[in-house]
Design a protein around this ligand. Structure first.
Ligand SMILES: Nc1ncnc2c1ncn2[C@@H]1O[C@H](COP(=O)(O)OP(=O)(O)OP(=O)(O)O)[C@@H](O)[C@H]1O
Ligand SMILES: [Mg+2]
Length: 334
């Protein structure tokens, strides 16, 4: 089975400060791949600051990695020629968390859609370009007459976000890396767009890396999930396993915070103690349990079962993962 995108031990350290350098290892080495023959939807979850956007940008080749390698169609990103880079940019699309920064305030929003069509030669003439744009906008619930011809600041955050989703759909890439793609849209539209994302996989064989802090939507759309905490993988695997039977105390904390529709449960009742402190296990070498940074290099990832891996003392009786690629423990297509 071949890999389309293959990240091997990629990490990201941000260095800031002019005189005194401040280092922040926002993404610890992680290996992950997207298969060529079995399109998948992978959710990347974790609290704010856990490194989700950093991960997304590194695997999309937008942010320079600090270590490791990134390959697309078996070619190292750092050694690609201009043709390969253009192909990579077409086949791997990103939808950003904050779409405003993608727009040029001096251009009407139409520009965001016409540019890639022209750049990748997707339409023959102006009328084909218009048809493509209109159908892409309608696909994400936007009315072309209320969207086209406007400047970015004349649209709402949700509309700008949907245009980015439309742009990604338009190019029919092989992989979409979507960073909180529905954070600014209302609940009904969120369901529609998430459904579209699932369809992308089913109809167009597009794999999706779906970044979110919302486990409910991760459960709805994804086949597999990676849970990040302080830039490292704490748990990963089949979404049913990880969300319904979380092993790592941090994943348990996240899942306990998800409201469940239970008519017998009163609002004031919570399912157990959900504080961070209550979940800390003494002596564990995972970042969540142990605050001793010096032990982090000893961090091990255990194979809890064939479809679930955990980096925590609670799983230390299990065998250590033989394969460093997290995706080796993923369920292939439902
Ligand atoms: N350009 C940057 N320079 C320095 N540090 C950064 C930079 N971007 C992010 N960071 C830091 O890296 C860590 C991970 O940030 P990241 O944006 O990847 O988190 P996130 O999981 O996407 O959070 P959120 O859910 O809030 O979007 C944070 O500690 C953040 O402060
Ligand atoms: Mg983010």
């Amino acid at each position: 089975m071949g890999s389309l995108l293959e990240a091997k031990q990629v990490s990201k350290e941000y260095i800031s400060g002019t005189f005194i350098k401040k280092r922040n290892l926002a993404l610890k080495p992680i290996s992950f791949s997207v298969s060529d023959d079995s399109p998948s939807i992978t959710a990347i979850a974790g609290e704010s600051g856990s490194g989700k956007t950093t991960f997304a940008r590194v695997i999309a080749g937008i942010l320079d990695k600090s270590s490791g390698s990134l390959r697309y169609r078996d070619k190292d990103i750092d050694q690609m020629n201009s043709e390969d880079i253009l192909n990579f940019k077409k086949e791997v699309q990103t939808i950003f968390q904050d779409p405003f920064e993608v727009y040029n305030p001096f251009y009407k929003v139409d520009h965001v859609l016409t540019t890639p069509i022209k750049k990748f030669g997707l339409a023959e003439n102006k009328s084909d370009i218009d048809k493509m744009i209109i159908s892409a906008l309608e696909e994400v619930g936007l009315r072309p007459d209320e969207t086209l011809g406007r400047y970015p600041h004349q649209l709402s955050g949700g509309q700008r976000q949907r245009i980015m989703v439309a742009r990604a759909f338009l190019l029919r890439p092989r992989i979409i890396i979507a960073d909180e793609p529905v954070s600014m849209v209302d609940a009904s539209l969120r369901a529609t767009i998430l459904e579209e994302i699932k369809q992308l996989r089913e109809i167009h064989n597009i794999s999706v890396v779906y970044i979110t802090h919302d486990l409910t939507t991760a459960y709805q759309v994804a086949d597999n999930i990676i849970v990040l905490y302080k830039g490292q993988v704490v748990e990963a695997g089949d979404v049913e396993n990880v969300i319904n039977k979380p092993v790592h105390p941090y994943t348990q904390l996240l899942t306990d915070c998800v409201p469940r529709p239970d008519p017998d449960q009163k609002w004031s009742k919570t399912s157990g103690d959900i504080t961070l402190e209550s979940r800390i296990i003494n002596g564990c070498i995972c970042a969540f349990c142990n605050q001793n940074e010096s032990l982090e290099s000893d961090r091990k990832i255990y194979e809890f079962n064939k479809k679930q891996i955990v980096s925590c003392k609670v799983a230390e009786k299990k065998k250590i993962c033989a394969n460093e690629d997290i995706s080796a423990y993923f369920t292939k297509k439902k």
